[in-house]
Design a protein around this ligand. Structure first.
Ligand code: UD1
Length: 420
């Protein structure tokens, strides 16, 4: 693999309009849901990002036909070559676990490599497996694989310990193939789950409660092909909003529903960023003096953990001390040492980060430990004096399509270079 880095010269204000792509965390699930029918599914607004390409490989490995044309993916899972998602694919993208529910629902059987931990936490899948077992699946874990076997799934009453996004999605997709009603309590409510349920409804599923903590699925219903446009990526939109805030200037962000960004926009306003929300999207005016703000990550509609690193950059530029509490992933502060190398003053105490505003950052060579932290380092580079080199940007490419081109179109000085 050729490794690349971003070279950023900070201090250039951003101006103009930018459009975000389809939501990564929605499109990956819509692709998995396409396994539930032998008919063709057409998904529009599918971003060209590494994670979507890996999910294409997972589906193809399973025997599905996947074809991309522009921003659309055509998927036909007529027959299956395999019911197994192998380790060499799952280790590249943990979200591959999402094929477990659809495979069991459609074929009564699945073997999926157990996703390991990653740089933000241990990423357990116990709730996915417990829920499937409650629907009657026999679960065994051996040799690094989960094997789920259920010639007939039956509806069940499932109470999740925590509103896990992946567990909710896997269980909803398994439940469409189960006999009777499955009631999932303490379900996650993220907009991407609502999008997945809209997709399943358009395939003929019977689901109630999308966007609420109780989701009821009655099955099995015959599922047919469908055509669906994925929602815009709220995290990409939020990242670009913080970019405009830290670099200064004025940017209009289109393509994402501002209603999906309630809490991040609220916190940006609290910090002193000027935000206007209109029919076309979000307008951000940055460059003023910012104030400290405390925030805690929580499941939707709380503050998204996927925006926590980006906010930390903004709060480093604010006056005063902010406390960020991370409640979703246990090790999501791994990038803090990289930010401190750029002049930030952030101390970690358990799951709290104490962020002292420093006013100015200085460009440095830093490494992206994961996707959102990588994006945060790019934002820090935009705000910093001098040159910043962000290494390991394959993490950033997992979830942002042509981030450097979008930022360049707004006036940033950022380029991609191959690392020798
Ligand atoms: C999804 C998103 C990710 C986002 C996260 C939280 C995708 C592809 N990824 O990840 O970008 O940061 O939601 O909004 O959609 N947990 C368990 N047992 C389980 C399942 C989860 O303990 O069976 C824990 C996890 O370790 C984590 C927390 O619950 O600490 C939240 O995880 P979850 O909501 O499942 O996140 P993902 O679906 O993995």
């Amino acid at each position: 693999m050729v490794e690349s880095k971003f070279v950023i010269t900070g201090g250039k204000p951003l101006r103009g309009r930018v459009r975000v792509g389809g939501a990564k965390n929605s499109v990956l699930k819509l692709m998995a849901a396409s396994l539930l029918t032998p008919e063709e599914c057409l998904i529009h607004n599918a971003p060209r990002i590494a994670d979507v390409e890996i999910m294409c490989e997972v589906l193809q490995h399973l025997g599905a036909e996947v074809e991309r044309s522009g921003e659309s993916l055509r998927i036909r899972a007529g027959d299956f070559a395999s019911r197994e998602a192998p380790y060499h694919l799952v280790r590249r993208m943990r979200a591959s676990i999402i094929v477990l529910g659809p495979l069991v629902a459609r074929w009564g059987e699945a073997r999926v490599a157990i996703p390991g931990g990653c740089n933000i936490g241990s990423r357990k899948i116990d709730m996915h497996l417990k829920g499937l077992a409650e629907m009657g699946a026999e679960i065994t874990t051996e040799h690094g694989y989960v094997h789920a076997c259920a010639p007939r799934l039956r509806g069940a009453h499932i109470v999740l310990d925590f509103p896990s996004v992946g567990a909710t999605e896997n269980l909803v997709m398994a439940a469409v193939g189960a006999e009777g009603t499955t009631r999932i309590e303490n379900a996650a409510r993220e907009p991407e789950i609502q999008d997945l349920i809209a997709f399943l409804l358009s395939m003929g599923a019977d689901i109630e409660g999308a966007g609420t903590p109780v989701v009821e699925v009655t099955g099995p219903t015959p599922l047919h092909g469908t055509e669906h446009t994925a929602i815009g990526d709220r995290i990409e939109a939020g990242t670009l909003a913080v970019a405009a805030a830290v670099a200064g200037g004025e940017v209009a962000i289109e393509g994402a529903d501002p209603g999906h960004l309630g809490m991040p926009l609220e916190k940006l306003r609290d910090a002193g960023v000027e935000i206007e929300v209109g029919g076309e999207g979000i307008r951000v005016r940055g460059g003023g003096a910012y104030r400290s703000v405390d925030l805690a990550t929580l499941p939707y509609p709380g503050f998204p953990t996927d925006m926590q690193p980006q906010m930390m950059v903004l709060l480093s530029l604010a006056e005063g001390i902010s406390v960020i509490t991370e409640n979703v992933f246990e090790s999501r502060f791994m990038f803090v040492d990289e930010l401190n190398r750029m002049g930030c003053d952030i101390a970690i105490e358990g799951h709290h980060a104490v962020v002292k505003g420093v006013g100015r950052l200085s460009g440095a060579e830093v490494s992206a430990p994961d996707l959102r932290a990588g994006a945060a380092l790019v934002l820090a580079g935009l705000a910093a004096e001098g040159e910043t080199h962000v290494l390991d940007i394959h993490h950033v490419d997992r979830g942002y399509e042509r981030l450097e081109e979008k930022l360049t179109s707004l006036g940033a000085d950022i380029r991609r270079e191959t690392v020798d």
